[in-house]
Ligand binder design. Structure first.
Ligand SMILES: Cc1cc2nc3c(=O)[nH]c(=O)nc-3n(C[C@H](O)[C@H](O)[C@H](O)COP(=O)(O)OP(=O)(O)OC[C@H]3O[C@@H](n4cnc5c(N)ncnc54)[C@H](O)[C@@H]3O)c2cc1C
Length: 286
């Protein structure tokens, strides 16, 4: 058996997506004449602010996601998406092309003992899978011996409106940690390529890092939940002020970061550095 890290990679997107959305949207207002070199992003932002999100459906993006079967069950609940997923019925993991190994994704946050148990369990399930196949079982029979940690790959395609719905749900700390990881990577892609698409969706982990958020709560002597409530109250401010065109989301996010950081002692910052190093050495995620 081998473990692999989860990953997310953009493999396709509508070229010049903001322009494609603008072109479609301007038909509604017959305002094609107002198109300029820089008109697409503000036009799309106005669509979002006005709740005219059906126009966002004219652009799509596809990601190749490597995760475990459990998380993939959650992913495929997003009905307005399209999927192609590695089949445990057709893939025979004893074949040469799989390198003599079955691949698993390590769950997040295990204790050392739980990790040992989990490894032993995966090793045993791999052994049984190989035995069953050698005794004549088909892959679709033998797959029943494999755990939910089995690695899977999907190509996940959705239109931009659906991506916004997905990100709002899956960036939440209520989502599974591996699901948050997948959503975080997709959010990062949008932030870099089409920031307007996520201007009103604030992923605090992306700005501060999950570890920092945890440490902030520890050093505040407050629960992580309270800290998130504080952060989300601020996030509401961000939304209101951005909607009123008073400032940009980035400026407000800096204010938010400063606000939170002021409450942290110097010692905490030092601890963050040390903890970061530890996390970097022990990263569960790719
Ligand atoms: C934190 C968290 C915990 C969860 N826990 C559970 C759980 O315990 N059990 C469980 O079964 N699921 C659970 N889910 C999955 C959840 O119930 C949804 O199935 C999943 O998040 C997809 O959401 P969706 O239907 O809004 O989105 P999509 O299927 O992606 O649809 C996008 C949007 O299209 C619209 N839409 C789609 N289909 C319809 C329709 N038929 N009628 C009207 N509007 C429609 C809705 O506006 C919807 O938001 C959980 C999800 C999260 C984020």
């Amino acid at each position: 058996m081998k473990t692999v890290k989860p990953s997310v990679k953009n493999i396709y997107a509508t070229p010049d997506a903001m322009r494609a959305i603008e072109r479609a949207g301007r038909v509604c207002y017959r305002s094609d004449g107002k198109t300029t070199r820089h008109s697409a992003a503000p036009f799309v932002k106005r669509l979002i602010e006005n709740g005219h999100e059906s126009i966002l459906e004219h652009a799509t993006a596809s990601f190749r996601v490597v995760t475990d079967r459990g998380v993939s069950h959650e992913i495929v609940r997003h009905r307005l998406s399209s999927f192609a997923q590695e089949s445990t019925r057709f893939c025979n993991y004893t074949k040469k092309k799989f390198g003599g190994n079955i691949l698993f994704i390590k769950p997040a946050g295990l204790t050392p003992q739980q990790e040992d148990d989990w490894l032993a369990f995966c090793e045993r399930s791999e052994r049984l899978y190989f035995n069953w196949i050698s005794q004549g079982a088909s892959p679709q029979q033998a797959r029943h011996i494999l755990p939910i940690s089995l690695k899977t790959e999907l190509v996940w395609t959705a239109n931009f409106r659906e991506w916004r719905t997905i990100l709002k749900q899956r960036l939440s700390t209520a989502a599974h940690p591996h699901m948050q990881f997948v959503a975080g990577k997709i959010y990062d892609w949008f932030l870099k390529k089409y920031p307007i698409m996520v201007f009103d969706i604030v992923n605090l982990d992306a700005y501060y890092g999950k570890e920092k958020m945890l440490l902030l709560s520890k050093n505040h002597k407050t629960s992580k939940k309270e800290l998130w409530q504080l952060a989300f109250a601020k996030e509401e401010e961000v939304r209101i002020n951005v909607a009123k065109n008073k400032t940009t989301p980035t400026t407000l996010l800096h204010v938010l970061a400063k606000d939170l950081m002021e409450k942290v002692q110097k010692a905490a910052l030092c601890a963050i550095g040390k903890r970061r190093k530890k996390v970097e050495q022990n990263e569960d995620f790719g």
